[in-house]
Design a protein around this ligand. Structure first.
Ligand code: TPP
Ligand code: MG
Length: 328
């Protein structure tokens, strides 16, 4: 590639900073969120996105206002990368009425339909057919919005995944299906649930442009996603992306994850997506350590402020929750 072409494709300092800020914000949210969980302030489940930050970060950086995302049960990172208000997220986790779903949803149901986030989903794989509906609606409306759904290795084994992919293909939907292949569905290895662990090949089988990417490399995810979004806007969708990654801990906060081989975990930790975003920013822009420290401090303060805001908010009562359930 000629040097001028290389320069034209070089990421801007603004993009590199955005990628680092997002990845780091997710890391802080999950690390500090787990501490709140251990203090007994969060009820229900908490599925950490630790180790997978590069995917939400790279994917969402390539999207624009008006686009649509749908998430999974491991969804905090998707919301943050989509630009969610950390205050309203923490409040939702703490069952406060100032939360995204007035405290009725909790960790696994954060949504913001008004901003195009169809939400997290406790049913594995269920975001994918929702995405078909959203993409079809935008096609009928005649706009160029792109729909993106995050799914998982386990989710891709749900029958609706293949049906959704096939419908999206025959309808030429402006739709990017992202599979986060972290190699495990709870404790079940991907190799034990399919003969073909390279999940992007499922798209190839039914005529869908499909790619595999290192999900721990936020910049690589961004570049692939940027091209996919452009193709979708030109009417060349759908596109399937499999992003390989690994969790840093068990399935949820109370799963010790003993089944995860130490060597494999160490391999992925050496390729930590937050470190890679930080390194890319420092190496490609020459930003100094004090500036990185200032970014990190501002993000940690944003989280601390969100906790303070949430603690001061009113918690929904059991009676209100019962009334809410009875209303359906
Ligand atoms: C349809 C459905 N089947 C089973 C479950 C129970 N369940 C919750 S999470 C999970 C595994 C999910 O693994 P994966 O889809 O790979 O996502 P990851 O947790 O790795 O992000 C299962 C089986 C569920 N919530 N929904
Ligand atoms: Mg998985």
């Amino acid at each position: 590639m000629p040097a001028s072409a290389k320069r034209a494709n070089a990421p801007s300092a603004e993009l590199l900073e955005k990628l680092f800020r997002t990845a780091y914000k997710i890391r802080v949210f999950e690390t500090e969120g787990i501490k709140l969980y251990r203090q007994g302030l969060i009820r229900g489940y908490f599925h950490p996105y630790l180790g997978q930050e590069g995917i939400a970060t790279g994917v969402c950086a390539a999207l624009s206002e008006g686009d649509i995302i749908a998430s999974t049960h491991r969804g905090h990172g998707h919301c943050i990368a989509w630009g969610a208000d950390v205050k309203k997220m923490v409040a939702e986790l703490l069952q406060k009425e100032s939360g995204y779903c007035r405290g009725y949803g909790g960790s696994m149901h954060i949504a913001d339909i008004s901003k195009g986030n169809l939400g997290a989903n406790g049913i594995v794989g269920a975001g994918t057919p929702l995405g078909v509906g959203a993409a079809l609606a935008n096609q009928i409306k005649g706009n160029d919005a792109v729909t993106v759904t995050f799914s998982s290795d386990g989710g891709s084994n749900n029958g609706t995944f293949l049906e959704s992919l096939n419908l999206a293909a025959i309808w030429n939907l402006s739709y990017v299906l992202v599979i986060e292949n972290n190699h495990y569905a709870v404790s079940t290895r991907i190799e034990d649930s399919t003969r073909e662990p390279d999940l992007y090949k499922r798209g190839l089988a039914i005529g869908v442009e499909s790619h595999q990417v290192d999900g721990n490399d936020p910049l690589a995810v961004y570049h692939l996603m940027r091209d996919a979004v452009q193709k979708c806007r030109e009417g060349k969708g759908p596109i399937l992306i499999e992003a390989k990654t690994f969790r840093h801990m068990g399935h949820h906060v109370n799963d010790p994850g003993k089944y995860m081989p130490e060597k494999e975990l160490a391999h992925y930790k050496e390729r930590d997506p937050v470190d890679r975003a930080r390194n890319a920013l420092t190496e490609m822009t020459g930003i100094d350590k004090s500036q990185i420290d200032a970014i990190e401090e501002a993000i940690r303060k944003e989280f601390d402020d969100a906790v303070e805001f949430s603690k001061a908010s009113r918690e929904i009562t059991l009676a209100e929750f019962q009334q809410f359930i009875d209303s359906y």
